[in-house]
Design a binder for this molecule. Structure first.
Ligand code: NDP
Length: 373
């Protein structure tokens, strides 16, 4: 068993150092945080304005977009430029998963990188520039028409009924967490569900990752390039990842692979300081020192409200036809992580958002005669 005093620093000093590092990061990025705060306040003000508008429930929208990640906003930019006058509902987490990340370094066009919340505000502004109406709100029920050219209905949580000829679904997916109280307390304090987003902050440090699928394997090898050591916890005696990915993990010298191992508790008050793990075969526990914990146990697509109406795979991801964003319902399109468990990148989500808007535009043109008849 490794105690916290083993590294040469006592526990209190180590915690102080970690807090100091985070404080420096915060001070260095204070201007960005401030800009975001102002923009978020601005969005909230505009939301108040939207609420006071007297929405005409008789109006039939050309395009309703549900979701505000890179897919939803890109769909909105293209739909608005095609004069589809889109209305976009942001969902519970305006801006989507990227607003929970700090720096986005892999989106083309940002040579210096950009922080996730700023990028999402800019995407929103770009969508609004062409006439998209953005509403902060949650759609909790839909009724799709099966007829080509038919009217689809969606209901917001405040009771607003919306009618639209086409709907683009970009509701994304949510990373799964273990559900341990210590893990939840330390989310944002060293617990992350995205190694590609946050791994950089743990450069040269010791981290751990949970999961045995392709994501965990891929992220473990990614982290191993940045961090001094990666402890990988797999709850079974085997990994679910493809053989090639398993091979990469076992051939990476600084990945310490532990089978039959689960987390008992994440240690640390304000930030992650360590982990107590348990071998589920022997019951033996062990504590290790780490500064970051990555959870890679899968994602849950946000598709509950579409169950029974849209075709989904066994995991709940929406099924689209061939290389298009068409679902099984005419006039309903899916883009972004809600239909993609493979790539899940901001840039791929944005790409399918563009495709969905083009598909919606073509669909509306194709049913024009039916609507006018
Ligand atoms: P998976 O569902 O494939 O794997 C999840 C992993 O997390 C499994 O090892 C599972 O263990 C483990 N797990 C689940 N719940 C817990 C828990 N509570 N505690 C500990 N461990 C847990 O998800 P992925 O995100 O890895 O992959 C999703 C899909 O995306 C897959 O089809 C995958 O192939 C694909 N993908 C492909 C990539 C590529 O080709 N480059 C990259 C990334 C993903 P157990 O096995 O015991 O259930």
């Amino acid at each position: 068993m490794i105690s916290f005093a083993d590294g040469g620093l006592d526990g209190a000093q180590a915690t102080k150092n970690k807090l100091k590092r985070r404080l420096i990061f915060f001070i260095e990025n204070f201007d960005k945080f401030l800009i975001n705060l102002i923009k978020i306040q601005d969005t909230t003000k505009r939301y108040d304005l939207h609420l006071t508008q007297n929405y005409n429930s008789m109006e039939i929208l050309k395009t309703l977009i549900i979701g505000s990640g890179p897919a939803g906003y890109t769909a909105a930019i293209y739909a608005a430029r095609a004069d589809l006058k889109p209305l976009l509902y942001t969902g519970m987490e305006p801006g989507g998963q990227l607003t929970t990340t700090t720096e986005v370094d892999n989106f083309p066009g940002y040579p210096e990188g950009i922080d996730g919340p700023t990028m999402m505000v800019q995407l929103q502004q770009q969508a609004e520039r062409f006439g998209t109406e953005v509403r902060v709100g949650f759609i909790n029920k839909v009724e799709f028409s099966k007829e080509p050219g038919g009217i689809h209905k969606a209901y917001a949580e405040d009771g607003t009924e919306l009618k639209a000829r086409s709907i683009i679904i970009s509701t994304g997916a949510t990373a799964k967490y273990l559900g341990l109280p210590s893990e939840q307390r330390l989310r944002g304090g060293g617990v992350s569900a995205c190694a590609v987003c946050d791994g950089f902050f743990y450069k040269g440090q010791e981290v751990a990752i949970v999961g045995g699928g392709d994501t965990a394997a891929e992220e473990a090898t990614y982290l191993a390039n940045i961090c001094s050591k990666v402890t990988m916890l797999v709850r079974k005696d085997r990994m679910r990842a493809s053989k090639a990915m398993q091979h990469r993990v076992t051939n990476t010298p600084n990945i310490d692979l532990r089978y039959n191992t689960e987390i008992d508790e994440v240690l640390g008050e304000q930030v992650v300081e360590g982990l107590r793990m348990k071998n589920n075969q022997t019951g033996k526990t062990e504590e290790i020192e780490i500064t970051g914990l990555f959870i890679a146990i899968g994602h849950k697509p946000n598709t509950d409200i579409f169950k029974g109406q849209l075709d989904m795979d066994e995991a709940g991801y929406l099924i689209t036809q061939g290389k298009t964003t068409l679902t099984n319902i005419p006039g309903v399109f899916a883009s972004g992580d809600v239909q993609d468990k493979e790539y899940r990148q901001a840039v791929t989500a944005a790409g399918t958002g563009c495709m969905a808007a083009l598909d919606a535009e073509r669909y509306l043109q194709s049913v024009e005669d039916l609507i006018e008849a």
